[in-house]
Design a protein around this ligand. Sequence first.
Ligand code: NAP
Length: 322
Amino acid sequence: MEIRAAVVSSFDKPPRYEPFDLPAPSDEDQALVDVLAVGLHPRVRTGASGSHYTSTGKLPMVPGVDGVGRGEDGRLLYFVADDDVVGPMATRTVIDRRRSVPLPDDADVVKIAAAMNPAMSSWVALRRRVPIETGQSVLILGATGNAGQMAVQVAKRLGAGRVVGAGRDRARLAALPGIGADATVALTDDADATAAALAAAAAAEVDLVLDYLWGRPAGDAIMALLRARADRGRALNWIQIGAVAGPTIELPSVALRSANLRLQGNGQGAVSTRTYLEELPALVEEIESGGLAVTARPVPLAEVETAWTAPEAPGVRTVLVP
Ligand SMILES: NC(=O)c1ccc[n+]([C@@H]2O[C@H](COP(=O)([O-])OP(=O)(O)OC[C@H]3O[C@@H](n4cnc5c(N)ncnc54)[C@H](OP(=O)(O)O)[C@@H]3O)[C@@H](O)[C@H]2O)c1
């Protein structure tokens, strides 16, 4: 079937809106949907550049990791795309019914497409990877982006006592108390200044860290927190989620010997697909009921090529609408 889609023909160029041949559903678990909204998440960009750890290298490809669509029975649904099929950035696509969840008829499709991916990272981290206990305190490293600002709200909704948001964009940091942060920390390239700012916000006493940055800020923060921690034997669960500040860190071995530091990640592979799917209905409900503030910018799918390279407004998720 011929559809129109955002087609990636070269990993170093943005996708173009072009005709694409969509294979028909191949078994009864697959279903054809009209796509209504697809988020342009960082994970979508790494997939379209061939650099995600799940990338197969096959071209041409249609990007996207999730979306909202309408099935042939007229019902709205949110779906997660398989890694090895035509992605959802298209007028129509084929989904796996087992990776979808029904939405109410009046669901805000753009809001759902914008929020599910960034919100899922903290939701699953705090419900499944290291289940949060009521009253525990959380540091969000990289709280100024879409996933980070969701994480501030998700942590509170899941019972966190104190939430500290850290980032480098001071204007965005100033907005975090309005969505639930109890304190904020301005990160800089100066490790001593970062350590002082973390200490001033009592960040050394948190139970959990959701880390969207990695790279140098994470390395600096781990050491700063461990040095300032009153009781180094108390567990510090560090959950690595994103790496916008760099793919590697330098970590002195003493960090792992001198304190009860538990370093783990949250993502495809660290958590099973089944676990993610089990969490979809509860998260949809949370977003639909207005529990999480979401800022989305809808853009026609036909304009994907320019939308891809346009500067992103901080804290706003672009959503492509066929
Ligand atoms: N594992 C998972 O399940 C999962 C799920 C969702 C997202 N993620 C990952 O999480 C990360 C964030 O995703 P997102 O949706 O929030 O992206 P986003 O909306 O683009 O936000 C990224 C934020 O990082 C900030 N930033 C970039 N470099 C920084 C640095 N060196 N120091 C401090 N802040 C820096 C940016 O702010 P400024 O540049 O304005 O300072 C921006 O606010 C990505 O790596 C994404 O792939 C992982």
